[in-house]
Structures are given as C-alpha cells and as structure tokens.
Design a protein around this ligand. Structure first.
Ligand SMILES: [Zn+2]
Ligand SMILES: [Zn+2]
Length: 317
C-alpha cells in the first residue's frame, strides 16, 4: 500500500480481515495495485510467480492499519505518481535535462590519472532557460538525425555534466506531451518549425576557465544550507558571476558549437536556488517522473509527511 519496493524480510502477507479499526482507511490504503489477477493475457497454467498472486504489506503500514491510521507514506496519501508516457520514458539522460526547468549540478572533478571523472560534494539546483536552449537548437532535417551534445554549467567551461547524442524529434515530442499534462509546462512556447543553418565554430575553452569553474562550484556548494532547519532563503550567487559580460543575444550565451559538438548551458547566468524555496521543485527538475506535476513534497496530504520520509519514499519507489 505504500507501493515501495522492499526486500522479502521487510514485508509480510497482507491479511485484510485483521484490520478492523478504521474501514475507510483500509479501503483507501489497500489498493491491491500489484496483485496479479489472471486474465486473457495469461498462459495456462499462469506463469506469473506465486508471490505476485497475493498482497504484501510492509511492517510500517501493517502497524498503522492495525491502529486504524493511514501511514504518511501510503500511496493513497497523495504520493501516487502518474504513469510515465512513452514520449517521456524514451528520453536519454541528456534529453531529460534538456526539458527540465531546473537542473541539478554536481561538482565534477577530473581525477589526475586517466580520463576518469568523479562527483564531489553537494548538488546545486539552478533554474534552466530551457525554452531558449530548445528553441536555439537545430531541428532535425531527417527523422533519425542526432546531435552530439554536452551539458555544462557554462558554455566556456571544459568540464561537463553529460555528453550524449540528442534526438531533437524526441525532445520536441516530449515537450508537446508535457505541455498537455504538466501545469509548469502549460505556457512554454516551442518553435516547432524553425531550422537552423550554418552553425559557426565558436568553441573556445581556455585552461584558466577550469580553475574558475572549480572555484564557482565550490562557492556554490559551500553556500548550500543544510536542510535540517526551515531554510527558505535563496542562495547567494557564487563568487564568480560575469554579469557584466551578458551579450545581447541570450542564445549565444547558453549555446555554443564546435568540432561537431553542441555545448549547452541552460542554467548559465542563473543563481542556485535552495530546495525549499521553489514549490514543486522535483516536478520541474524531473518532469519525466512527474508527468502531471502533482504529488510532490508540497502537495497537501491527509497525513503530514516529513521531508525525510518523503525522500526515503522516493528512493525506494
Ligand atoms: Zn508500506
Ligand atoms: Zn495470471
């Protein structure tokens, strides 16, 4: 009923008859969502494993139901997530970042030996100029055309978060879908028909920028408040922000092209934000997992849910 994926020793058989204290809560909570019911799609005899035929319940949920209470992590407590539409499920890691309205950056350090990279320290959340970037990227001339793309904190940095091929056709289809289903994407305007010819090779990466990059990520992560108290302040910007160098055309700032590779920095020029300062942050950062934008931490719930219970729930779903 909390729909978590747990180990066998964390669950027991659910005996519905034994919960008599509060029938309304029992009816709401015991969804039977994962119980297999044989139908026309089944082979004879049914090949579904026996444990899927019955209902299982975790010890937390069991003790709550016994007392007639709804556990805060019950799926029925506005935690149920909508089915992910195919248009969104198909996207690769970088395509998912392209459509996100908030990006999370981890500090990437290059290890001295070899080509290995490592993630170091806290994660920084930064709003993304998603529409500008998507509208600045070339539209596919043919169905299967792919773009080589690196996602960066700033286009001039050498370091990147992801390096993938991007299928713009899939990206545009995903955004059309989100525009229908996700309240935070309702008002986006995506230029469907634009084509872009003759990208100029303007990629210049200087080694001195590497140090600036490290320093900025350090500054940003150092200022990340710890989330034990009620922290509602936006983070102060990092030390190195070249606000005086804003070119008139914002697209040039968030996108560069060289050696056949697009470097995009949709969050360039934006200041990091604190997790609790933005409503529904996770639905904006992970629209693929929240295709309808609902049931985030901010949702109103019958039973109050603490942030730590919420994140524990998220990791085990
Ligand atoms: Zn449970
Ligand atoms: Zn069956």
């Amino acid at each position: 009923m909390c729909h978590r994926a747990l180990f066998p020793n964390q669950v027991k058989h659910c005996k519905r008859d034994k919960y008599t204290k509060n029938m309304r809560v029992v009816a709401d909570c015991l969804t039977g969502a994962y119980v297999h019911v044989c139908g026309s799609a089944c082979s004879t005899p049914c090949s579904v494993p026996e444990e899927r035929m019955g209902e299982w319940i975790c010890y937390t949920c069991d003790s709550h139901l016994t007392r007639g209470k709804m556990p805060s992590i019950a799926a029925a407590n506005n935690l149920h997530l909508a089915l992910v539409p195919t248009e969104l499920a198909e996207l690769n890691v970088l395509e998912r970042q392209l459509i996100a309205k908030i990006l999370s950056f981890a500090k990437i350090v290059s290890l001295p030996k070899g080509q290995q990279r490592a993630i170091h320290g806290a994660v920084v959340c930064v709003p993304s100029d998603m529409e500008t970037v998507v509208n600045s990227l070339p539209r596919p001339r043919e169905e299967a055309q792919l773009l080589e793309m690196k996602l960066k904190r700033k286009t001039k940095y050498k370091g990147y978060q992801y390096f993938y091929t991007v299928n713009m056709k899939n990206v545009l289809a995903a955004l059309r879908k989100l525009k229908e289903s996700h309240p935070d994407y309702k008002d986006i305007s995506i230029n469907e028909s634009a084509t872009f010819e003759g990208f100029q090779d303007d990629q210049q990466v200087e080694d001195s920028d590497m140090q600036a990059e490290e320093a900025e990520m350090d500054a940003a992560t150092d200022q990340q408040p710890d989330h034990t108290g009620a922290e509602h302040q936006a983070l102060r910007p990092g030390l190195i922000l070249d606000t005086c160098m804003q070119p008139p055309d914002i697209a040039q700032e968030v996108l560069s092209y060289g050696d056949g590779i697009f470097s995009i920095a949709p969050a360039q020029g934006n200041d990091p934000i604190s997790f609790f300062s933005v409503p529904r942050l996770e639905a904006k950062a992970y629209p693929v997992h929240f295709p309808t934008g609902v049931n985030t931490l901010d949702e109103s719930r019958r039973v109050a849910l603490s942030p730590s219970m919420y994140s524990m729930y998220g990791f085990s779903q």
